[in-house]
Design a protein around this ligand. Sequence first.
Ligand SMILES: [Zn+2]
Length: 272
Amino acid sequence: MFLALSLARGSEAPQYSVLIDAKVQRLQADLEKTRDMVEKGILPRTQLAEAQERLDDARDEGILARTLYGSIPMERFTEAQAAEMLGAAQRRIDRRAAELDERRKLLDSGAISRGELDAFQDDLNNRRQVLTLAQNRAKLLNELKRMAESESRMHALFSDKTMLRYNGNGTFSLADLPAISSQFERRFHRPLPVSALGQTLLHQSLGLDHRNRVDVALVPSSPEGLWLRALLEKLHVPYLGFNSAVVGAATAPHIHIGPESTRIVRAGVGHR
Ligand SMILES: [Zn+2]
């Protein structure tokens, strides 16, 4: 699992998913063969269930290859994909835990060795760590969603105290971002924590035009947030600062670089 994980993080990510696809195809063929032999009475029926389990497990691994180790950037990651990812990680734990229980009985009866049981236990532990990774990714998506919603609801919910506005020269382009982020990195020795770059599916779903706008996961009143705001003002770059959360509203502190997002007018509606 960990080998697969490190492979997937490098430039060879597509290969991992290709590998899993081949495994799924092989197990699908195995299942058909097993079904045939069970129907002919050559193999016991229990083997059919086991072949199905192996196939389901590989399919779930395929889901994780795409949604967790794959190269879907956060701004293209959907809530449906997050749910699919968490489901696959959980099912892979449940399956292994059930198998481990079965193997434990076999150990008691002397049919398998302690070493074989330990290998199952190790694999179960790995699968639990994968679920933690998946949960972290889902948590990040949720955080991004709350930031996007903050922007969507700002007119209704934000007072002057919670939202700061600097109009600057009124324009910003994504091409201006590298200069800003490199200055931040020089000053704080870490990358600018960009949480949304340009239009994202989340902003799209909320009907917000977020093109040529960037969200940065910094509290506007924090030292880093204050430093960034001073830099933006020096460059006359417009921004919005979302400070403390409004009670009862889904909000997340961040700095939105660029002019305020406008509502996307859907085709046809604008002509009425
Ligand atoms: Zn924004």
